[in-house]
Structures are given as structure tokens and as C-alpha cells.
Design a protein around this ligand. Structure first.
Ligand code: DGP
Length: 113
């Protein structure tokens, strides 16, 4: 499968790592929209939020358990926002489940402008 984030998870494509363990990788977004803009991915391929199932959802819980630590490591020390885009209307551009952790500044109140 030709997947950019699988390539990053495997270390074949370079990224700026923020956190890694056996299940997940967190790395800085290539086009940051906030001082802290970290992407958190499961290492095992899941296409999007649409593909989360009872069989693979433990890694999603793991990501949310680690989110406070990853946010702090990424530079968000006064709160943060977690976003996942899904599908066409959600403007998902990379078809590997990822959570944006955004912070390091006061974010816009409205997510949809
Ligand atoms: P989304 O639109 O939710 O699918 O977000 C995909 C994000 O991935 C987008 O904010 C830019 C980021 N991105 C795309 N290609 C790369 C890359 O090669 N390296 C890194 N670090 N981020 C990337």
C-alpha cells in the first residue's frame, strides 16, 4: 500500500518526532497552523475515523490517553485542541487516521468559520 503516513511510521520518510511508542507516532505537521501542531498516528494503518472498529479502537484510546503528554511535549502548555478530518467534506488529505493536536496560542473560538 502506498501510504505517506505508513512511510513516516516506518521511518522511511523523515519527520520531526515528538513522541513514539510501540503503537503510535507523534510528529510535527509539515505546514503548522499553530505553534504546537502535532500529528498523532497509529503505526498500523487505519484509513480514517470511518474505519475505527471494536477490533482496532484500543489504539485510539491509547492516543487520547497520551494526548496531554504529547501536547505538552509539542509546546501546548495552556490547553489544546484535537481534530481529526474524515472524508471528502471533512477535507481529509492523507488517508491514514491522524489526530491534529493544536495549541501554543489562543485558538479561534469557532472550528468552522
Ligand atoms: P488532513 O488534511 O487532516 O488530512 O491533514 C494532513 C496533514 O498532514 C496536513 O496538515 C499536512 C500534513 N502533512 C502532509 N504531508 C506531510 C509530510 O510529509 N510530513 C509531515 N510532517 N506532515 C505532512
Amino acid at each position: 500500500m502506498d501510504c505517506l503516513f505508513c512511510g513516516i511510521a516506518a521511518g522511511d520518510i523523515p519527520s520531526t518526532k515528538v513522541y513514539e511508542d510501540e503503537l503510535i507516532l507523534a510528529f510535527r505537521d509539515i505546514a503548522p497552523e499553530a505553534p504546537c501542531h502535532v500529528l498523532v498516528i497509529p503505526k498500523a494503518h487505519i484509513g480514517s475515523a470511518d474505519e475505527i472498529t471494536p477490533e482496532n479502537s484500543a489504539v485510539v484510546a491509547h492516543i487520547f490517553e497520551l494526548a496531554p503528554k504529547i501536547a505538552r511535549l509539542g509546546g501546548a502548555d495552556n490547553g489544546y485542541r484535537i481534530v481529526t478530518n474524515c472524508g471528502e467534506d471533512g477535507c481529509q488529505s492523507v488517508k491514514h487516521l491522524h489526530f491534529h493536536i493544536l495549541g501554543g496560542k489562543k485558538l479561534p473560538e469557532h472550528i468552522v468559520s
